[in-house]
Design a protein. Sequence first.
Length: 207
Amino acid sequence: MPDRFPDRIETERLNLVHESPGETDVFERYEPMRAGHADPAAFEHIPIEPFEHPQEAREFLASRTDRWDGGNAGTYVVRPKDGEDGAGEPAGEAELFAIWDRRTAYFTFGLRRPFWGRGYSGERADAFVVCTFERLDLGVVSVSHTVANENSRRAIERYVDRWNGQRDATLRNGHVIDGEPRDVVQYSITREDYEATDHGPDVTFHG
């Protein structure tokens, strides 16, 4: 099995743990995303539909396992550490994709509403930036958000600026959500940007 991605990433306040089949509770993953129960705001800006039944959750997890086994993405459950409100609970799910032939990484992150406003998105992003350049030896981080997603815009602009990155473009009809094309804003951080910063987050890779 490829081992390019760490099994666990530890930051100051978070543990990002590989979403492996043997350690992932399907129903823990299913409940917050099941139709009729899921927070509509969680799906407003992402190209994923709520689960209609547990089997859809199993299939979703299987697709992520395939990406991990193929060495194309690191998939993680994000849990606050001891001392944080909700310690040990799943606060969200994060994925770090590697496009090897383009030497580029991009991120996705879904954070559950009770954990909004704590800066977890930026802390997770900092860990992925370090992983991209120090562990995966890639050359560029690429991140994006739909034009209407103000929460993501604020979070992304903060950490892109922190790493000396830049806003690149608005991609017209860059995503399709609920059958409708949406405009997307794209940003990048290069290795040169990364090496020029004095930002040094507390990140540890395990496995």
